[in-house]
Design a protein around this ligand. Structure first.
Ligand SMILES: *Cc1c(COP(=O)(O)O)cnc(C)c1O
Length: 391
């Protein structure tokens, strides 16, 4: 099929929920892809922070293919080596006591919300079910995670939304003002990804963790985008010096297959007891075999040091670039505010020129594969420089 045929076929059958860029991606290696006609693209987006080891990483492909050839699905009615090994390794690497596996970030957050509410209700009674989230946050697209999302633009059409969410500005005073004896949890992203790549203030995070501990309120970290090595530590909370009671992880954790993980501390590990939660596909062996490869590789100190090093280089190049007003973020999760042209126009022009970049609100957003090479970084930066120069 030609690229044009694919675009026509796509438009004739999907619900029009996505405004796609023009690129048609057919094959790829690491951070370089080709369309059906052989045009090359450099990847600064990883499929929205998903392909953490790039396209078709040898070790990941081998693990996934071997598992697909052995046993593709078992259901959660039976034991199986791949999910057991992955869950154990993820707990070991993250320092958490237990994990629930689903298929997406939204599902990981649904589990965290259910856990926090059950814990609150058991500790303090039926009215202790409120969760505070931050303004400008993003927590997913299910009806409940839309309600958790602190942006009015997401609270339309799909009424009635799940109740029990209160929204606070990222300041201790405002969180305190929203907090009551009915608060069971505060849920935050350390760097608001969809919200524009906006890192929380480190002192606010420390104070928030202390406040939650003092009031017996759970701190839930949505690390769906910041997790699995993206920011240069396995989880971003490590750089903020706090240990959330519950942490959700998805996107890059599976290296390209659907996964969502909700991790919790020793104290909380029995809150979600038998029959309290479940998922048909959660913990799928093929997904887990790939995710185990991701976790083993990404958690190596040398691997994480490389992520920080590449992040420093990318940030420095962006900061020096004509047409970029401000750079924000950590590791290989960076946002750049353009000083001319809109982020949407620039991203479309970049894709046209062979560079896949993302946007977040009015910023360009960079989430390259953690394995991106120096050569691929430089190729991509040259395209961006050219696009900015003609904007
Ligand atoms: C992407 C994202 C989600 C939603 O993940 P899905 O896999 O699309 O359900 C939730 N929270 C954050 C912080 C995200 O970046």
């Amino acid at each position: 099929m030609t690229s044009e045929e694919i675009k026509r076929l796509d438009a004739s059958s999907f619900m029009p929920t996505y405004g796609r860029f023009g690129a048609v991606l057919c094959s790829g290696r690491n951070a370089s892809a080709k369309d059906c006609e052989g045009k090359e693209y450099i990847d600064f987006g990883s499929g929205i922070g998903v392909n953490s080891l790039g396209w078709c990483d040898e070790g990941w492909v081998k693990a996934v293919c071997a598992q697909a050839g052995a046993l593709q699905h078992t259901s959660n009615l039976y034991y199986s080596p791949a999910p057991a090994s992955f869950a154990a390794e993820l707990c070991r690497v993250s320092g958490y006591a237990a994990v629930f596996l689903g298929n997406s970030g939204a599902e990981a957050n649904e589990c965290a919300i259910k856990l926090a509410r059950k814990h609150g209700v058991e500790q303090k009674g039926e009215s202790c079910c409120e969760i505070i989230t931050l303004r400008n946050s993003f927590h997913g697209r299910t009806v409940t995670t839309l309600a958790a999302t602190g942006q009015d633009s997401f609270h339309q059409y799909f009424f009635p939304f799940t109740g029990g969410f209160r929204y606070a500005e990222p300041s201790l005073e405002d969180v305190k003002a929203q907090m009551s004896e009915n608060t069971c949890a505060v849920m935050v992203e350390f760097i608001q990804g969809e919200g524009g790549v906006l890192p929380l203030d480190p002192q606010f995070v420390k104070d928030l963790a202390a406040l939650c501990r003092e009031r017996g309120v759970l701190l839930v970290a949505d690390e769906v985008q910041t997790g699995a090595g993206r920011t240069g530590s396995f989880y971003c909370c490590q750089q903020y010096g706090v240990t959330p009671d519950v942490l959700t992880s998805a996107k890059g954790l599976g290296g390209g297959l659907p996964i969502g993980a909700c991790l919790c501390t020793e104290e909380l590990k029995d809150v979600m007891g038998r029959s309290m939660h479940g998922s048909t596909f959660g913990g799928n062996p093929v997904v887990c075999a790939g995710a185990l490869e991701v976790v083993r590789r990404v958690s190596q100190p040398e691997f994480l040091a490389q992520v920080r090093e590449k992040g420093r280089y990318l940030r420095q190049r962006l900061e020096q670039m004509e047409g970029i007003a401000q750079v924000r973020g950590l590791g290989l999760m960076l946002g750049a505010l353009p000083s001319r042209g809109t982020a949407a126009q620039l991203a479309a022009a970049c894709v046209e020129e062979g560079l896949l970049v993302l946007t977040a609100k009015d910023s360009l957003r960079f989430l390259p594969p953690l394995t991106i090479t120096q050569e691929e970084l430089d190729k991509g930066l040259a395209i961006l420089e050219r696009v900015l120069a003609s904007a």
